[in-house]
Design a protein around this ligand. Structure first.
Ligand SMILES: Cc1cc2nc3c(=O)[nH]c(=O)nc-3n(C[C@H](O)[C@H](O)[C@H](O)COP(=O)(O)OP(=O)(O)OC[C@H]3O[C@@H](n4cnc5c(N)ncnc54)[C@H](O)[C@@H]3O)c2cc1C
Ligand code: FES
Length: 282
């Protein structure tokens, strides 16, 4: 995978919910190399302030452009929100390791998103959905009746947010055929609860075998997901959103403890941001 440092034109930057922006950036170089789960380090405006680039996940990848979904938090994302189409920004990417795809093309894949953790999950859902259309479902041998196809892979999104306004991009998932379940912390849309409640229920009710579980969201949610999935023998991939300064493995600012007896650290920007459960101490 080749990382590019590019100055790229912004083709779209629009509010999609209070404090949430969707930005489209023309960059065939980055888009051509990018995989779901990776991120870019973006210089949010020209000049010295803010000095450091900010990490943002690839929300969507096309052949010539990428989309970023971001929430306005502080200085960097505020200045990003003021960027107009036609302006140019400096980008470094694609960075980090992508999500591995489910090994099986049948059964169910569960995507668990909490809050802004939804950002990299759409690119992943698009890639899984595209692959499951291309690859035929594996065939089952029936006693005396030759073969029949297993049901194709079903993708389920289990999505939790603070409130109704923070539940974004649901239609995009539905267009892919993803079954979407939502909860909010204040009960303003759907049931009151957390994405992890939906995960517990889905483990009981999912038809067929679960081929993999993917999760992105706040650290307490990831911890809880890892606890629920413990001893389940289902591949679990967690995407971490650690604070980052360089994004390229140089500053060690994003280190997380690796599992194991010896003390050893992994860098979220280079060894992640996607980790298989069991690799890191949450
Ligand atoms: C790999 C990766 C992918 C990310 N993808 C997305 C994405 O797709 N969309 C999105 O909206 N955000 C994403 N983030 C988080 C995003 O990078 C931060 O929200 C952003 O850098 C904040 O910059 P700021 O200048 O606006 O805020 P700052 O002024 O830098 O910070 C404002 C406040 O937010 C806190 N903060 C800043 N960064 C983080 C962080 N990473 N985690 C927790 N608290 C933080 C700071 O402690 C501070 O209190 C991602 C982070 C990582 C590491
Ligand atoms: S952000 Fe510098 S090493 Fe990861």
């Amino acid at each position: 995978m080749v990382m590019q440092l590019s100055r790229c034109p912004i083709s779209k930057n629009q509010v999609i919910a209070p404090g949430y922006f969707l930005m489209e950036i023309e960059s065939p170089e980055i888009a051509g190399e990018a995989e779901p789960g990776q991120f870019v380090m973006i210089k949010t405006r020209d000049g010295l302030e803010p000095l450091l680039r900010r990490p943002l996940s690839l929300h969507r990848i096309s052949s010539t452009s990428i989309e970023l979904l971001y929430q306005v938090i502080g200085k960097g994302t505020q200045s990003l929100s003021r960027t107009r189409p036609g302006e140019f920004l400096d980008l470094l990417g694609p960075l980090g390791k992508p999500f591995p795809l489910p090994k099986s093309n049948s059964g169910s894949t569960l995507l668990v998103a909490g809050g802004m953790g939804i950002a990299p999950i759409l690119a992943l859902a698009e890639k899984i959905a595209k692959r499951s259309k291309v690859l035929p479902a594996p065939r089952l041998r029936q006693a005396g009746k030759g073969q029949r196809s297993r049901a194709p892979l079903k993708i389920h999104l289990l999505y939790g947010a603070k409130n109704k306004a923070n539940l974004v991009r649901i239609k995009e998932f539905q267009k892919l055929g993803v079954e979407v379940k939502t909860v909010t912390e204040d009960g303003s849309a759907g049931r009151k609860g957390l994405a992890t409640n939906l995960l517990r229920e889905s483990l009981v009710s999912s038809p067929g075998q679960i081929s993999a579980v993917y999760a992105c969201g706040p650290r307490p949610m990831l911890k809880s997901v890892a606890r629920i999935m413990k001893n389940k023998k289902i591949p679990l991939y967690l995407s971490l959103e650690e604070m980052m300064a360089c994004g390229m493995g140089a500053c060690l600012g994003c280190s997380v403890r690796a599992k194991g007896k010896e003390i050893h650290y992994l860098r979220v920007c280079q060894d992640g941001p996607v980790f298989e459960t069991g690799e890191i101490v949450l």
